[in-house]
Structure formats: C-alpha cells, structure tokens
Ligand binder design. Structure first.
Ligand SMILES: [Zn+2]
Length: 171
C-alpha cells in the first residue's frame, strides 16, 4: 500500500474548504531527492494548509525534521536540520505563472493535482545542499590538509630504499 502522502490531492477542493493535512514522510522514499543525493535518510513531519488567494490555490507548508546525508568529503553520515515554512502557489499550467502573487513560490500541479510528497520534495530539493559537507573540521573524518600530509609521508617511503641501497653499494 502506498503511503498517504503520495496520494494526488484535488487542489481546488482543498483550497475551497481551507483544509489542513498533517504528514510524516521518510526522505528515503522520495524518488527525486534520492536520485539527486548519494545518500538520504531521516524524516520530516509537518502540516499543509490550503487556501485561495487572488484566484490562486495556495499551499502553506510547515515542516521540521532531520535529513541524514553522507558528507561528500569523508563519506560519513551527517545530520542536516530541516526547518521550513513556505507558501506555494499551485498552478495547473506553466502559462498561469503570472497569476501567482510574488510572495508565493509557484509550483506546477498538473490537472489541479499535487501530493504532499511532491510539495515536501520540491521544498527539500531547494533547502538541502546538493554536495553535503561537514561544516566543522572536527566533525569531518577527513581534515582539509590531509592530501598534503599523505604526500609528505609517501615521498620519503619511496625514496629511502634507494638512498640506503646507494649507501650500501659505497661500502
Ligand atoms: Zn565529512
């Protein structure tokens, strides 16, 4: 059975009744997010409230949670806090984009339908880093200067045997 947040919703009907819907979404189940990021886990939960403003259906999305991503430097897990509140203007065709008030983020809802998963995914695609990296050097298992250190260690190791060989031949 597919989760309730994946169900396409009738945007006009929800805007008319000013419906509010609670949700909880596992990030690993969002296909576009999963294809963008090397590794994504964690959960977000929140609420979508529908309304109508100036002839445009509006979804007000509030969500919080934690995304568990893989740091692209050390490949270790890292947590990214998600705390979003966004107002989305839902349009059924690209041509209607001019009708969306400026303080709303326009989003396409083909045939007047959108799922909570699509709203959440759209916002997360904007909010989460494409290349996640540990911010604090201490948290990252790979320190910034590591490549240089490795070179210095390897160089003597490859040269020393020949130096010693030369010394041995002199005797
Ligand atoms: Zn790292």
């Amino acid at each position: 059975m597919s989760p309730p947040w994946s169900k396409p919703l009738d945007v006009d009907r929800l805007a008319e009744t000013q419906a509010g819907l609670d949700f909880a979404v596992a990030l690993a189940e969002l296909p576009r997010l999963r294809s963008r990021l090397a590794s994504v886990e964690g959960n977000v939960h929140g609420r979508v409230h529908f309304a109508r403003e100036g002839g445009v259906a509006v979804a007000e999305l509030t969500m919080s949670g934690t995304a568990k991503l893989a740091c692209q430097r050390c490949l270790e897990a890292m947590d990214v806090a998600v705390e979003s509140r966004v107002r989305v203007g839902l349009i059924s065709a690209q041509a209607e984009i001019n009708r969306v008030p400026q303080d709303l983020e326009p989003m396409l809802a083909p045939e007047g339908r959108v799922s909570i998963g699509e709203l959440v995914e759209e916002e997360l695609l904007l909010a989460l880093p494409i290349v996640p990296l540990h911010e604090e050097a201490g948290e990252c298992a790979v320190a910034g200067s590591t490549p240089g250190v490795t070179d210095q260690q390897e160089e003597p190791a490859t040269q020393r045997p020949f130096e010693r060989l030369g010394e041995l031949l002199k005797r």
